[in-house]
Design a protein around this ligand. Structure first.
Ligand code: CU
Length: 160
C-alpha cells in the first residue's frame, strides 16, 4: 500500500530555508579562524497583548547578543500588518531611530518602554493565536519569531 510523500518533509524544508541568513548585503567578515567575533542573536520573551483596537497592536520581546560584534535591527515585518519600532518619550511615543543590539548586550522591547507597533492590521489577533514577526538585522539577516498573543492585560512579571 503506497502512501503519498509526507507533507511535513516539505514544510520542514521551507521552515529551515527561512532561517538561513539571507539578504546580508554587507561585506561582513565571515571570520574563518577568528571565532566569537560575530553577532550571535537570540530572541526571548516575545508576546503581544490582545489588541483592544482593530487597527493597532503592540508587541514586546528581547533580543540578546552573545557575540562580540554589535548588530542593528533595521526593519520588522509581519503577516498581520505594518510594523515599526517605537520608543516612549515622556507620555508620547515616536519611531525609534537607534536599534542597536550591543555586543554581549540586549535590545529590549517591554511594556512602558520601547515596543513594536503594529498598524493597519489585516486581522485582529486574538488571545491564544500566534503572530509571525520577522526581525531584519544588518549583520545577522532575518530572524523569524512566533509571537504568542496574550490577554490584553498580560504582565510578563506575574505571568497573568
Ligand atoms: Cu507605539
Amino acid at each position: 500500500m503506497r502512501r503519498p510523500a509526507p507533507v511535513t518533509a516539505v514544510l520542514t524544508a521551507v521552515t529551515t530555508g527561512a532561517l538561513v541568513l539571507a539578504g546580508c548585503g554587507s561585506d561582513s567578515d565571515s571570520g574563518s579562524g577568528s571565532g566569537g567575533s560575530r553577532a550571535d542573536l537570540s530572541v526571548s520573551g516575545a508576546y503581544m497583548p490582545q489588541p483592544v483596537s482593530d487597527s493597532m497592536a503592540a508587541g514586546f520581546l528581547t533580543v540578546s547578543n552573545k557575540g562580540g560584534t554589535k548588530d542593528e535591527l533595521t526593519s520588522v515585518t509581519s503577516d498581520v500588518g505594518e510594523v515599526t519600532a517605537h520608543e516612549t518619550v515622556g507620555s508620547s511615543m515616536q519611531e525609534a531611530e537607534e536599534l542597536d543590539v550591543p555586543a554581549h548586550g540586549q535590545l529590549v522591547f517591554k511594556s512602558g518602554g520601547s515596543h513594536l507597533m503594529f498598524e493597519k492590521l489585516k486581522r485582529q489577533p486574538k488571545q491564544g493565536e500566534q503572530v509571525t514577526v520577522k526581525l531584519h538585522f544588518a549583520e545577522s539577516g532575518t530572524v523569524t519569531v512566533e509571537m504568542p498573543v496574550k490577554s490584553a492585560t498580560y504582565n510578563p512579571k506575574t505571568g497573568h
